[in-house]
Design a protein around this ligand. Structure first.
Ligand code: BES
Ligand code: MN
Ligand code: MN
Length: 457
C-alpha cells in the first residue's frame, strides 16, 4: 500500500532526518535580538535550500523585519498551506542550561531519547516533521499527495510585526483549501490533539513615575509617594478574592463553553494535582468554580510577567525610587476585543493613580483569540489519521498559548486552520534545556504522512 511504503521510508530515514534538524538547530535564529538577525537570515536560507532539495519551488521573501520563506510543491487534489516559525526565543539565563543551547545533541533520558537545544520543540523540530513527511512522499512516489505550500515565519517569538502586511500583500499566494499549523502539543504523553481554541494575547508595560529623582528613604520616606507602593496596589487590585479580573468590561463577550466542548474536555481526565505537581505546585490559582482545563484553555487571565523598581543589587540601599514598572499579559478568549481591553486597562490604572504620579504605557502586542469550527471535513479526516498513528484516539482540545497567525488565516484569508503538534508539556519551551522527544519527531513525521494521505482522499 502506498501509505505503508511512505511510513517505512520515514522509519528508514530517521537518522538522516535528525541530522538535518540538528543542522537547523545550530543556527541561533533569535528573532527578538537584532544581534542575531544574520542568523535569522541564515535559517531562512537553510530552509529554502532544504525545500528546494525536495523539489519545492522555494524562496526567501524579504520584509522590513526577518524574511519569510514561501514554497510551493506540485500535486493534485486539495491545496494545503503549512505554517511554522523558524525563529526561537532568547536563551537566557544561559547558566541554567546543562549543555550549550545551539549545540544540539541526542540525549538518553529515563523517558526515552530527546533532542536537546533551543528551538528543538518550538518550533524547528515541529516544522521539520512536516518537511520530512513531504520528503518521504516525494522519495517514494515522486510526487506529493496534495498540492502543498509551505510558509515559514521568522518573527513569531517577537510579535510578528511583518506578518499582517505580508499576508495582505500576498493574499492569493497564501490562500489554500486549509491551513495546517504545527506549533502546539500532544495532550499528555501520547494522545494526539487538534487544537480548536487558542487564546489571544494583550501585552502591556506600565511605568509609574513619582518623584523626579531617587530619594533617601529616611529623609523623604513618609511624606513622599513611593511609586513601587502605587504599582503594588494597582497590581493587587487587578483580581478580586475569587480570582475574577476587575478591569471594567473585561468579561464582556466572554461566553460559557458550549456543553459539547465542556463534555469533551471533561472526558480527557485532566488532573490538576498531576499537572501542577510536575512544576512543584499543587493548588489551582485561577477563578473559583472553574476546572483546570477551563483555567488554561477557555478563561481569560491577567498575569504579571515582570516587575521592577528600586534597588535590586546585592546588599541594601535605603532608596525611595523615582519609578516602578511592570509587564502584564492578558490571555484572551473568543469574544474579547483586545484593543478595547487595552483602553479599559489603561483607564483602570489611570483612575487609581495619585495626582502627583504619572504613568506611561508601552504596548507589546494585541491579538485576539481564535476558535476553529470543526465542521470542515479536514478535521474528521485528520482525527482518524492521527488516531491510526498513536496509541490513543485523537482529541479536540484547547491551547492556552497564542499563535497569532491562526486568527489571521481566518480573518485575512477566510481559511480554516488545523493546529496539530507533537510537543509535550515538559519540553521546556522558552526555558533553559528545551528538548523535543525523538518519539515526537518520529511519530510527528509519520502523523503528517497519514494526515496528508487522508486529506488527499
Ligand atoms: N508555540 C508557542 C505557542 C504555544 C505555547 C503552543 C504553549 C502550545 C503551548 C508560540 O511560539 C508562542 O510562544 N507564542 C507566544 C505568543 C507570541 C505572540 C509571542 C505565547 O503564547 O506567549
Ligand atoms: Mn511556537
Ligand atoms: Mn514560542
Amino acid at each position: 500500500m502506498s501509505l505503508d511504503s511512505v511510513l517505512a521510508r520515514v522509519d528508514a530515514d530517521l537518522n538522516k532526518a535528525t541530522d538535518r534538524l540538528m543542522a537547523l538547530l545550530r543556527i541561533p535564529s533569535i528573532s527578538t535580538d537584532p544581534a542575531y538577525s544574520d542568523h535569522c537570515d541564515a535559517a531562512a536560507d537553510w530552509l529554502v535550500d532544504d525545500l528546494r532539495s525536495i523539489g519545492f519551488d522555494a524562496d526567501k521573501r524579504t520584509t522590513s523585519g526577518h524574511p519569510m520563506v514561501m514554497a510551493h510543491g506540485e500535486g493534485s487534489g486539495p491545496h494545503v498551506m503549512f505554517y511554522g516559525h523558524y525563529d526561537v526565543q532568547p536563551v537566557d539565563p544561559l547558566d541554567l542550561w546543562d549543555s550549550p543551547p545551539f549545540e544540539p545533541a541526542i540525549e538518553d533520558t529515563p523517558k526515552g531519547k530527546v533532542i536537546r537545544g533551543r528551538g528543538s520543540s518550538d518550533d524547528k523540530g515541529q516544522l521539520m516533521t512536516f518537511v520530512e513527511a513531504c520528503r518521504a512522499w516525494k522519495a517514494v512516489h515522486g510526487s506529493l499527495p496534495a498540492k502543498v505550500s509551505i510558509f515559514f515565519e521568522g518573527e513569531e517569538e517577537s510579535g510578528s510585526p511583518s506578518l499582517v502586511p505580508f499576508m495582505e500583500a500576498n493574499r492569493e499566494e497564501l490562500t489554500a483549501d486549509v491551513a495546517l499549523i504545527c506549533d502546539t502539543g500532544l495532550f499528555g504523553e501520547s494522545t494526539p490533539a487538534i487544537v480548536t481554541r487558542l487564546r489571544g494575547l494583550l501585552g502591556e508595560e506600565l511605568t509609574i513615575t513619582g518623584p523626579n529623582k531617587d530619594l533617601h528613604s529616611g529623609m523623604y520616606g513618609g511624606i513622599a509617594r513611593n511609586p513601587i507602593r502605587v504599582l503594588a496596589k494597582i497590581i493587587a487590585s487587578l483580581h478580586d478574592a475569587s480570582g475574577r479580573i476587575m478591569v471594567p468590561g473585561y468579561y464582556d463577550g466572554v461566553e460559557e463553553l458550549p456543553p459539547k466542548i465542556a463534555q469533551q474536555w471533561n472526558d480527557l481526565g485532566f488532573e490538576n494535582a498531576k499537572f501542577l505537581g510536575e512544576v512543584g505546585l499543587g493548588l489551582p490559582a485561577g477563578e473559583d468554580g472553574r476546572t483546570g482545563l477551563e483555567m488554561i484553555w477557555s478563561r481569560p487571565t491577567c498575569e504579571v510577567n515582570g516587575i521592577g523598581g528600586g534597588y535590586q543589587g546585592d546588599g541594601f540601599k535605603t532608596v525611595l525610587p523615582a519609578k516602578a514598572s511592570a509587564k502584564i499579559s492578558f490571555r484572551l478568549v473568543p469574544g474579547q476585543d483586545p484593543l478595547k481591553l487595552r483602553e479599559s486597562f489603561r483607564a483602570f490604572v489611570q483612575s487609581q493613580l495619585p495626582d502627583d504620579c504619572t504613568v506611561a504605557f508601552a504596548s507589546h502586542g494585541a491579538s485576539a483569540a481564535s476558535e476553529m469550527s470543526t465542521d470542515h471535513p479536514a478535521f474528521e479526516k485528520a482525527r482518524a489519521a492521527l488516531s491510526a498513528e498513536w496509541p490513543n484516539e485523537a482529541a479536540f482540545v484547547g491551547c492556552g498559548g497564542s499563535i497569532p497567525i491562526a486568527g489571521h488565516f481566518k480573518q485575512i484569508l477566510g481559511m480554516d486552520a488545523m493546529l496539530i503538534g507533537f510537543g509535550k508539556d515538559d519540553d521546556q519551551i522558552h526555558s533553559p534545556n528545551e528538548k523535543y522527544d525523538l518519539s515526537s519527531f518520529h511519530k510527528g513525521i509519520r502523523s503528517w504522512v497519514r494526515v496528508l494521505d487522508a486529506l488527499s482522499k
